[in-house]
Design a protein around this ligand. Sequence first.
Ligand code: ADP
Ligand code: ZN
Length: 732
Amino acid sequence: MADTPGYFDEGALIAVMTTQPLGRALDYRAPEGGCALGAFVEVPLGPRKVLGVVWGAGEGGYDESKVRYVLRVLDASPMREELRSFLIRAGDYTLTPMPAMLRLATRAPGLSDPPSMRKVYRLGPATPDRQTDARQRVLSVLRDYEGLSFTLKELAEQAGVTSSVVKGLVKQNAVLEQDTPRDTAFPRLNPDGQTRDLTEDQATAAHHLCQTARAGTYATTLLRGVTGSGKTEVYLEAVAETLRQNRQALILLPEIALTAEFISRMEARFGARPAEWHSGVTMTERRRIWKMTAQGACQVVVGARSALFLPFQDLGLIVVDEEHDTSYKQEDGVLYNARDMAVLRASLCSAQVVLASATPSLESWTNAEAGKYTRLDLTSRFGEAVLPDMRAIDMRLEKLPSSRWISPTLQSAVTARIEAGEQALLFLNRRGYAPVTICRACGHQIGCDHCDARMVEHRFLKRLMCHQCGETAPMPTVCPSCGVEGKLAAVGPGVERMEEEARALFPDARIATLSSDLFTSTRALKDQIVQIAEGAADIIIGTQLVAKGHNFPNLTLVGVIDADLGLQGSDLRAAERTFQLMRQVSGRAGRADKPGLALMQTFQPEHPVIRAILSGDEEGFWAAEAREREAAGVPPFGRMAGILLSSTDMQEAFDIGGQLARNDQALRDAGAQVFGPAPAPIARIRGRHRVRLLVKAPKGVALQPALARWIAPVRGSSNFRLSIDIDPQSFF
Ligand code: ADP
Ligand code: ZN
């Protein structure tokens, strides 16, 4: 392979980027047989062996006799130039060191293990000495599926025999037992499987996406349409066309672990299941997906945001479904927004991006307005389904006893639905029983010992829990502050308390509460959702978990317990989030052929956001929101970065914050401005004090290099941490 570009012969000096936090690539010598640029290798680092990628030619210029050899080239396709530039660009954008980016791209356990083997069974050359019915069935299965290999369990099941029958045939050489690698190709998907007649809107949108797929160039499309308008139907056409072009597709979904419905739909459309990538997937399956995407033997991945870093061989389409969803923003470790990174990766590999949403983010809306994205609108719900009628319940006029939250108006609406044999959803975006526990004797509120946060009562678990750090404590009977007994009281509602109230108001109804912490496993939650969709409950009580794409065909009423909840606080995106969440939740009602009704309990029905939600004037809402942000020079019309300093020593965090604020020349040179330091909205989490700075800059400023120069001199104790959040989504 000598002189092949991108190939290093044995002994050549090469630079290897490892996943260890070293900040740069290290020099090694290519192993026996040489290695390719991008090859995954194992290299010695001190006494350890670590994973790395061949990053380029070595630098040399030192005592080259000391350079160690690469230990081993791993059995994995070398990293492509496209993925490498993606990691570099994404790292530059988020100010993340390359080793941390590389860890994102190698999140498949056992990558360095030799491929593990498993036994498979095929037809053998010999005829068995004695033919029994059972034996014949085994052989005829193998004959019928010639060329296909079975595991022992599969073969026995298919033939309807015990495994000892198969083993008996193996002894006689009538069946062959062979070792094959466990990582096997995914079944091919059939782009021309079951299709549907599209409506005119849908057909126009699908046509546009298919054309882009055929062109094979980068483009981003915002696919907008209310829940049920057929966005999925349309982008599955784009997936099909991408497959016809022999390219791969990635579909990102929020809450992917809960979307059994989606996978079955894919299977029905394409005749086989796509690969599923999320935290609930086994380690072996993760490694299989990682390897097969690299070999092109996995055509479609449906996954969580981290699937963006898979080593696709030829990625032609990335769908970001529910593109506005906040879970696309990774909030710890590498702070990236999967939606934005999807656009970056696609632009580097000539793929198209489809951003689908009923309530797009202001960022995407603005990009479409500016002509950077194509915008396609699906205007009506498919079939008979119409958008729910939306109304406010003015809570100032409702007569409610204390510690009750379901207004008489909402109560009678729920009763009417139950009598009609339909389902009602009561939505409250708050887990637990009550957000505050207060002592009626001294006024003390029970807080977390490690955080500046109140403990939330979880009656189901019979404990208090801190939603910041997860700390739990038994429910005290005595006030920890004044020692008075029996005076502790729950203040405010959480979903568990709503359930209690609903049981009292609707004693004969079947009530199901959906909140992530009430289920021991994703599977249990998934099963519960399926049962509810099939009609196992009359009233569903849920947090924002229910807002995400589940289809409850018999649900016709949504009652929002506290529509004002999200409007509090100073968050830049409070209005946008509330608008999206309310539209999303109310979109749950009336999906099938029954018209829906959404009732929002509010103390401020004249608030502009509430009015916009009720009027359904989305364009008006976005335009107004855009004007306000433009005037304030905040994203997407200006650039922002949040800097979080944390330390167990409060003084240290503030001192460093103060120094950064004073020494801001690097920022000013770039036209950026720094605000703070100030205590973060939650000033202490897990015993760490948190201080924030905010950097603002006009659009078009090269913010990252300026930030990098600005923070370069920072030196803190080993307790100190600094993290930068580019385009922060929230100010925690
Ligand atoms: P969205 O993704 O916008 O919520 P979906 O694609 O899930 O919408 O469509 C909503 C429902 O309507 C689904 O059950 C889907 O199968 C059905 N549907 C949408 N378009 C069509 C069509 N053209 N023909 C038949 N069924 C359709
Ligand atoms: Zn805590």
